[in-house]
Design a protein around this ligand. Structure first.
Ligand SMILES: *Cc1c(COP(=O)(O)O)cnc(C)c1O
Length: 472
């Protein structure tokens, strides 16, 4: 054995302790850490040493060079994109995922049995979301890959309806796709799947300040297809204003028309955790497939998302993802192994952080996390409504505040300057958007740590950034 490796092996306890110490240093003051790094240091591209320096020297070097550059992205005020955090139990699970380093495949025992933990975790999530046990699910790296996985099976379904096995033959003819306000990652998935990002036909949105599908327009389009199969991509929470498509109405249409129904509920799925908001999803249990992110509102570390696909489509899923020319992997239909159900073959025990956090905090814990995010978003929304400086671009429907500067007087450049100033102050991080043609800003709250003190702090920051931009 290499001497450096041998030394590290003998020093394992010290090595893990060093990682623990650095973890505590970061997590201990995460609420004080900056949410952005203004000066990007130049990389010094070290040469790969021929003789390694061992783990303890390396963590020291990492600490010296990079530790201070780590922003508080899992802290309480990182509100850009939709950024979750990591609960203590989730971190525990994530650390142990690396320690155990299982290749998570089969629930029947083909080597390790970690896939049992994954299926158990899916079952816990189905309970959390009050979804029926008719879904087969698994973990992928993010909601983008979950959308990809679900839409790949949808593609196989649509092909089969037309008598084509797309997994084998390739995409030989166009497949119709309908959506009103799809997330960019669903469109990206259409590009990756050879369905073409241009082939998603827009459904009108409901009148008024909405992003949800106009159901009448959807029905007219479905009727015009006259039985030709299509894929409907619906939103269980749009990313700008968290608007929900009318799930019950789509479920009713599904009884009359021939379509695959996919719900992208990357973070909106968590509305199911709150009795006050679960009606937003009512009817979604008729969907053929559902996307949910883990690294957003579930508050597990990156990279984690879940796909849920109705078990009755199992054969389509296997047709799509099977390793058909690898006899050593066994018969894909006979023996359930994840490698025949999703894009990756070898894969980590990605479910473990989710298993830990779900068992550690349970239904009540998640109800509280979710309702806390919603209440705090509403608090911020109220302040904006009663202020001259800012203006809401849409009502706060759930956990996202979409706003701009007090309108008419302000140009896109001013909005941009305000956001740059706000973010560079390092206390909060938000991201830009354009909503119905107006430049705006989004704050999405999904972190378990956030409190009303953070709202107070951010409000003061917003006022200060506004004044600073107006002074210039
Ligand atoms: C974040 C998000 C995605 C993409 O998720 P990643 O985890 O970044 O891949 C897809 N859909 C919606 C609605 C999202 O909010």
């Amino acid at each position: 054995m290499n001497t450096q490796l041998q030394q590290d092996l003998d020093n394992l306890s010290e090595i893990l302790n060093a990682a623990k110490e650095q973890s505590l240093a970061y997590l201990g003051d995460i609420h004080k850490r900056p949410t952005t790094i203004n000066q990007v240091p130049s990389l010094n591209n070290p040469t790969l040493p021929s003789q390694g320096q061992g783990a303890l020297h390396t963590i020291q070097e990492f600490e010296n060079r990079f530790q201070s550059l780590m922003v508080a992205s899992s802290g309480p005020r990182y509100w850009g994109f939709v950024t979750g955090g990591s609960t203590p139990a989730a971190i525990m699970g994530d650390w142990l995922t690396s320690v155990y380093d299982q290749n998570t495949q089969s629930t029947k025992g083909q080597g390790d049995l970690s896939a049992l933990i994954e299926s158990e975790t899916i079952n816990l999530l189905l309970q959390l979301f009050q979804l029926p046990a008719t879904y087969l699910g698994g973990f992928v790296t993010g909601a983008t890959m979950s959308n990809f996985t679900c839409l790949a099976v949808a593609r196989q379904w649509a092909g089969k309806q037309k008598g084509i096995d797309i997994a084998k033959e390739g995409v030989t003819s166009g497949i119709k796709i309908l959506s009103a306000t799809p997330h960019s990652s669903a469109i990206k998935s259409l590009a990756m799947l050879g369905l073409g990002s241009n082939h998603c036909l827009p459904v009108k949105v409901v009148n008024g300040n909405r992003e949800a599908m106009d159901i009448q327009d959807l029905e007219e389009k479905l009727r015009a297809y006259n039985g030709e199969p299509c894929i409907v991509i619906s939103s269980g929470g749009t990313v700008n204003t968290v608007d929900f498509d009318d799930m019950q109405a789509i479920a009713a249409l599904k009884k009359k028309y021939n379509f695959w129904w996919h719900v992208d509920a990357a973070f909106g799925a968590f509305a199911a955790c709150s009795p006050d908001y679960q009606h937003l999803l009512s009817g979604w249990d008729a969907a053929d497939s559902i996307t949910v992110d883990g690294h957003k509102w579930l508050n597990v570390p990156y990279d984690s998302a879940i796909f849920l696909i109705q078990e009755k489509h199992r054969h389509l899923q296997v047709e799509t993802f099977q390793n058909s020319n690898a006899p050593y992997l066994g018969d894909p239909l006979e023996n359930f192994t994840y490698l025949n159900f999703l894009p990756e073959n070898s894969r980590r025990l990605r479910a473990l952080p989710a298993w830990f956090t779900l068992m550690a905090y349970g239904k009540d814990g998640y109800q509280q996390i979710v309702e806390n995010s919603i209440n705090l978003s509403r608090q911020l929304g109220k302040r904006i409504e009663s202020s001259e400086l800012f203006e809401l671009l849409a009502p706060v429907r759930l956990n996202t505040v979409c706003f701009t500067l007090g309108r008419s007087k302000d140009q896109p450049e001013t909005v941009k300057a305000f956001l740059t100033e706000l973010n560079s102050r390092g206390k909060v991080f938000m991201t830009p958007t354009v909503y119905k043609g107006v430049s705006g800003i989004r704050a999405a709250l999904v972190n378990w740590r956030t409190t009303s003190e953070d709202i107070n702090l951010v409000w003061a920051e917003m006022e200060a950034a506004y004044l600073s931009v107006k002074a210039n």
